[in-house]
Each structure stands twice: as C-alpha cells, then as structure tokens.
Design a protein around this ligand. Structure first.
Ligand code: AMP
Length: 400
C-alpha cells in the first residue's frame, strides 16, 4: 500500500522549502519591524465563529469549510482564514485599546484544487485593532506591498472602499435594483448570488454588466469619502502606486471601507491575487464583543513562492569530511556550529570518496577535512590550506 498526500495538499520539501523558509523569515523580520508581534492561534475554531465572522452567505463558509464534530459533539471548523480567530483572541484578551499581531500558517478550504488553489494552503497576515484612522490603513497596505517587493513578487495594488452602515444600505438597494433589471440576461447561478450576496456580482458577474453597475464611490457618505481620499493621499505621499477598482469587493463579508488586493503580475488567470485585505470595523461587535475598529490583510504563500525571485542561499557553508570516522566529523561540526557556521557532515561511517560525493551533491562552498591531528585541511574551489580547527570559522568569515 502506498499513501499519497490528500487531494489539494502538498508536501513542501527541500530544495523548494528553502525558498519557503526564506519567505517566512523575511515575514518575521518585516512584520516585526512594523510593530506586529507574533500570534500563534488555533488551526480549528468553533464553527459558529466563522459563520458569524466571515459571513453565512459567503462561499468560504457555505461551501468551502472543513467542519467536523469532535468526540464531545462540538462543531469545529479548520480555519479557512486567519482574521476571525485573531479578533476572537483580541476580544478574549479584553479588547485592548490598540492591538497588533502577525500570523503565519496553514488555512483550509474545500475547493476544487488547481494551480494556485489548494485545500491546505499557507498565509501570512496581520491584524491591527483599535485604530480607525486612514494612516493605519496605509501602514498595513504598505507593509504588504513592501513585503511582497522584498520577496521578489511584483504586484499591482487595487483599492476600493466598501462604505459603512451609513452608506452601504442605499448602495446595496440600488445595486439590487440594477441587477434585477439585468436578470433575464444572467445565468441561474448569478441570480441566486444576487439574492444572497449582490456585491459579489461585481467581481464574479459578467464584466460588461459589472462595469455598468452603480459605483460605490457615488454613494459614499461624507466620512467614508474623506477616509478613502485620505488613504489615497497618504499612499501617494509615501510613493505606493495603486489602481482604483470599483469592482473589488473581496470574498468575505466583514469588510467596511478600505478593501484592497495585491494582484501578482507574474500570475495568470483567476488565481492571480497574491493577497488582499481590508477594514472590518464591525467585526468585533458581530462576534459579540466590544465594538472596535480593525483591519488586516492575508497573503498567500503558495502563490508568493510560485513567482518569488528570491534566491535563497543554502545555510550550509561547510561540509566536514573525516578520514578517521564520523565521531571526529561530529566533533568538528559541533565546534564550527557553535561558532555560528552552517555545517553538515555524513554521519554514516562511509569512505572519504562517498563523503566527498555527498558534499559535491550539496554544492557546499567549503570542505573541512579532519584526519585526527591538530590541523585540518580547508578546501575552497582550487584553494587548500592547513589550519587549526579553531581558526576555520573566522577564516571563512573573513575570506568569503
Ligand atoms: P482570501 O483570504 O480569500 O482573501 O485570500 C487571500 C490570499 O490567500 C489569496 O490572494 C491567495 O493568495 C491565498 N489563497 C486563498 N485561497 C487559496 C487557496 N485555496 N489556495 C491557495 N491560496 C489561496
């Protein structure tokens, strides 16, 4: 019998995983630099959290969740996204005035797998609670933008504002009216979508009709319009280019005001969004907590890895070859590692020739040959030198 990974899941292994590790390390560095500390959150939550938070009429919740009952009969769901859980954690901590956090990890959606669409996929993201100013939006948008640039992913930033309670009902009423008039031209699947989630028509309905539909910008209330203009002004102020897109609505129900997507220029077709985010000023209240504004984004690592131009270096700089058996190789490797050098060796007691072959396959730049005396031989390219082991680490550092 042989097992395969479940449909829509992948084993991410070396050498590809080297790029993933680099992408994740870069994420830790950059999210930290913007003041978003690490959050480690459960990968499953109460099913009700997603139904309430993400929205009962969104496809993510109606069709795409992995929900199950545990042995006590609780209904649990593998998280399809990170925001609902993060806001739950924020509320459980008492809903501090200002709260920032970053996460990374697997998400689960029962979708038809294809390139760029998996059932287990990976996201990094941030959440920023308690601040409603446009500068918070711009900080978050900019972090995603700079992170993607640093990861070697070229994107276009598309932006929209989805209004708030004050202006959205009037917009939705007019949008529904408009879509009702188009009903005869629409496929059945669209008719039910319009009934449950008319906003989604804008990004998934026929383009010509979506283009002709009423535009949110003509309905923004004063504060929503001011907020959006301030976001655009500050983006211009810090040199982040953007495209306004009145059909951008995002797939999750909780967004208010600013919503955006990073579209990967190297990705084709429907799976070209590398990530997206938005404000969700009503989410804390929807989840039964103290009202608090918030916003965040999530980026898909599978798609980032597919187009990233980062060329991650192998951490291993030295391969130790022993002429006297693996114990001596272990001692030498241990010493060099303690001095901060990336080292590997062949722990199987094999011939020098076999060890050299392993080293060759790894493409390691330095060989250190130990042979049972005080001096070791260091080889790099055509160069060879004898020196005490304790000098090897600084020699490599100074001469690389
Ligand atoms: P969303 O949470 O739907 O806004 O998705 C944010 C990002 O996560 C997307 O832009 C994708 O990069 C990634 N993503 C979402 N769903 C999937 C999936 N099924 N497979 C791979 N990546 C995904």
């Amino acid at each position: 019998m042989s097992f395969q990974p479940p449909k829509g899941t992948d084993d991410i292994l070396p050498p590809e995983s080297r790029l993933w590790r680099r992408i994740l390390t870069l994420w830790e560095e950059m999210s930290g630099r913007y003041g978003y500390p690490l959050m480690l959150l459960p990968v499953f939550e109460a099913t009700e959290l997603f139904a309430r938070g993400v929205g009962e009429t969104t496809e993510v919740v109606t069709k795409h969740v992995y929900a199950f009952s545990d042995k006590s009969g609780r209904s649990l769901t593998l998280r399809p996204e990170g925001t609902a859980g993060a806001v739950r954690a924020y509320l459980n901590r008492g809903g501090q005035a200002v709260w920032k956090g970053a996460y990374s990890g697997p998400m689960f959606r029962y979708e038809q797998p294809q390139a760029g669409r998996r059932r287990q996929f990976y996201q990094v993201g941030v959440e920023y609670m308690g601040v409603s100013s446009p500068e918070a939006d711009v900080e978050v948008i900019e972090l995603g933008w700079r992170y993607l640039a640093a990861a070697g992913v070229e994107v276009e930033l598309r932006l929209n504002s989805l209004g708030d309670d004050a202006c959205r009902p009037r917009y939705l009423a007019d949008l529904r009216r408009f879509l009702d008039e188009q009903r005869t031209q629409l496929p059945d699947s669209m008719v039910s979508l319009i009934a449950t989630n008319p906003l989604r028509f804008l990004d998934s309905g026929p383009e010509a009709i979506a283009e002709a539909a009423p535009r949110f910008e003509d309905y923004w209330c004063g504060p929503c319009g001011d907020h959006h203009r301030a976001v655009l002004g500050a983006l211009e102020g810090i040199g982040i280019p953007y495209t306004s897109d009145h059909t951008l609505v995002r797939g999750l129900d909780y967004y208010t005001r600013t919503a955006w997507e990073y579209i990967g220029l190297g990705l084709r077709g429907a799976q070209n969004a590398v990530g997206g985010g938005g404000r969700y000023d009503d989410l804390a209240k929807t989840l039964g907590g103290k009202p608090a504004p918030g916003l965040g984004f999530a980026l898909g690592l599978d798609r980032i890895a597919a187009v990233s131009t980062l060329d991650p270096e192998d951490e291993i700089k030295v391969f130790v070859v022993s002429e006297t058996g693996p114990t001596e190789a272990l001692y030498a490797a241990t010493q060099l590692r303690a001095e901060g050098v990336g080292v590997d060796f062949d722990a199987a007691a094999r011939s020098v020739k076999a060890q050299l072959r392993t080293a060759g396959r790894r493409g390691v730049p330095h060989l250190v040959v130990v042979r049972g005396d005080d001096l070791v031989e260091v080889r790099r390219g055509g160069e060879q030198k004898q020196m005490p082991l304790r000098e090897v680490a600084s020699w490599i550092r100074e001469s690389s």
